[in-house]
Design a protein around this ligand. Structure first.
Ligand code: NAD
Length: 269
């Protein structure tokens, strides 16, 4: 779906990739409804939108709150008149610990935001999208949604759930006006760790060993919007994501062992 003159909802628009998606979409001539749990983050995004501010609305919503997400379509339609697309980008990581040390509060938080949040958005907006001559849903998974990363196993499970749900949704939407795109970012240079309330033991050592430089979020946003405009089934954001997808398909076990060695310094004890 071409984004020019379309009305697009972006979740997690108060920071990182979501913010850059919004700025890029506005620059491409779209109208945008930005949703985020962080009111301050949304204010900053609005300031950065500059002259395009009048094409942007902001909505403070916790994606894990079903009733709040279900109220969002009405707010967006009231402000913009319709809705043509949603980009489900809001997400958090888990503390860098093994499953045995991860408490249920953290597990539920990650699943509620990353998986249920996307599900609530899809179910809330689908009736509106299906009325449009053309519409688009883009769901942001992660390379951690196909590749097992020790210390992020439940995050990975939440993103794998997004992957399978989105692939099923793609198949269900065949023959309708709704196109569906699945996005797998690799390492992107955002503050997701701090924003998720997570500290990373041994971070400096780990980044020194990184084979791939994190991609700037503005570049990630360009790649994602280009994927939506080309109605891509899946978009691998960054060479790391594309390479690890290839490696994982070749040998899931060897890929798991490779990434485990890469991440060893992030897990203490
Ligand atoms: P970020 O922390 O910079 O931005 C995420 C935004 O989501 C923040 O503004 C935050 O306030 C918002 N958010 C968090 N919980 C929310 C909730 N419950 N309701 C509404 N908004 C909420 O993170 P990012 O790096 O830009 O990540 C964006 C997406 O990309 C996430 O889904 C993440 O899992 C995915 N991703 C990121 C990377 C990476 O390396 N940064 C890699 C793979 C996948």
């Amino acid at each position: 779906m071409k984004v020019r003159n379309k009305i697009i909802v972006v979740t997690g628009g108060g920071n990182g990739i979501g913010r850059e998606l919004i700025l890029h979409l506005l620059a491409q001539g779209a109208r945008v409804a930005a949703a985020d749990i962080s009111e301050n983050g949304l204010k900053e995004t609005e300031e950065l939108a500059g002259a395009n501010k009048d094409k942007l609305s902001t909505h403070v919503v916790n994606m894990a709150d079903r009733a709040a997400v279900e109220a969002l379509p009405e707010q967006v339609v009231a402000r913009h008149g319709a809705v043509d697309g949603i980009i489900n980008n809001a997400g958090i990581i888990q503390p860098f610990v093994r499953i045995k040390d991860l408490d249920y509060a953290a597990i539920e938080r990650v699943m509620n935001v990353n998986f249920y949040g996307v599900l609530y958005m899809v179910k809330a907006f689908l009736p509106h999208l299906l009325k449009r001559p053309e519409a688009h849903i883009a769901n942001v998974s992660s390379m951690g949604g196909f590749l097992p990363v020790p210390g992020q196993s439940v995050y990975g499970a939440s993103k794998a759930a997004v992957k399978l749900m989105t692939e099923g949704l793609y198949a269900e939407m065949m023959g309708t006006s709704v196109r569906v795109t699945l996005v797998y970012p690799g390492a992107i240079g955002t503050n997701i760790t701090a924003n998720s309330g997570v500290s990373v033991p041994g971070q400096d050592r780990a980044s020194g060993e990184q084979k791939f430089k994190p991609l700037p979020p503005a570049k990630a946003a360009e790649i994602i919007v280009a994927g939506i405009e080309a109605d891509k089934y899946e978009v691998f954001v960054g060479r790391d994501s594309a390479f690890l997808n290839f490696f994982y398909r070749l040998s899931p076990k060897r890929a798991a062992e490779f990434i485990s060695k890469q991440m060893a310094s992030l897990l203490s004890g």
